[in-house]
Design a protein around this ligand. Structure first.
Ligand SMILES: [Ca+2]
Ligand SMILES: [Ca+2]
Length: 264
């Protein structure tokens, strides 16, 4: 009985260690939506499709298409919202694209498509991170943006693809324990009239990965190679050896790394 109790406590402490660098999701909302509308002589109608999930973990791959055709068989417009995303313990990934187009067969027609990926999470321990955000849209009333922010504080990282812009944001560094929110959203609008079709697209793609502080190469595993190469970087004063993230590389950084290594 004593042996069994010991085994359980060992398993518990290992799992506590394994979750030290994990993303602890408090709430999430992922959404795709498409909408079209057409107006003409004796015609006024629309289509709305959407899907969403509050799931706080796992993959979510959804496509919704509003593809409107009028009573006489003439195309009005199409709105397509496509999201492929995943919420994992060590990564948040998203690939969102919204396309909206009108066919030019009616007095007026409009289409709107949008996707969003919003995850609120806690970090219980300080982590290394890497972020790769991309956002872009065609010129018009289209938006695409990605932000990582403190829940009660400033935006830390952003990629802005609003109104025809395009931006890639790559970053690595440290995130302190605390409450964060990652938001990626994209929305496209098309508006057309007779013989004047319109088409727009917006997208945002990216990932936020977190790693154990000792994982110098940020590949998901802590090995002796991490320790060796951290030591080499520290010896030449490379910024990647600033283990306590205070802007200087000095004896305290190696001392902290070594202490963390011994405790790992
Ligand atoms: Ca590693
Ligand atoms: Ca330092």
């Amino acid at each position: 009985m004593l042996v069994r109790t010991l085994t359980v406590s060992v398993v518990l402490s290992l799992s506590a260690l394994a979750s030290a660098q994990s993303i602890d999701v408090t709430s999430a909302l992922r959404l795709v939506e498409g909408e079209t509308h057409g107006f003409d002589y004796e015609y006024d109608d629309g289509v709305l499709v959407s899907a969403q999930t509050p799931a706080t973990s796992g993959a979510w791959n959804e496509t919704r298409v509003a593809d409107q055709v009028d009573y006489w068989g003439f195309a009005v417009g199409t709105a397509t919202a496509d999201e492929q995303s995943a919420v994992d313990a060590d990564a948040l990934t998203f690939d969102c694209e919204a396309t909206a187009s009108t066919a030019g067969n009616h007095f007026s027609a409009d289409a709107r498509a949008g996707c969003s990926f919003e995850v609120h999470f806690q970090l219980l321990e300080r982590v290394r991170y890497s972020a790769d955000f991309f956002a872009q849209s065609t010129l018009g009333y289209n938006t695409a943006s990605v932000t990582l922010a403190l829940e009660q504080g400033p935006t830390l990282l952003a990629a802005d693809g609003d109104y025809g812009a395009s931006e890639t944001t790559l970053a690595t560094g440290w995130l302190a324990p605390g409450d964060y929110v990652l938001r990626a959203s994209t929305e496209s609008f098309a508006y057309g009239t007779h013989a004047q079709p319109d088409a727009h697209v917006s997208s945002c793609v990216g990932a936020l990965h977190v790693y154990h502080p000792l994982d110098y190469h940020m590949d998901g595993d802590v090995t002796r190679r991490d320790r060796r190469d951290f030591r080499r970087a520290w010896l030449i004063g490379h910024p990647s050896a600033d283990f306590d993230d205070n802007g200087v590389v000095n004896a305290a950084d190696w001392a902290a790394y070594w202490a963390a290594w011994l405790a790992y």
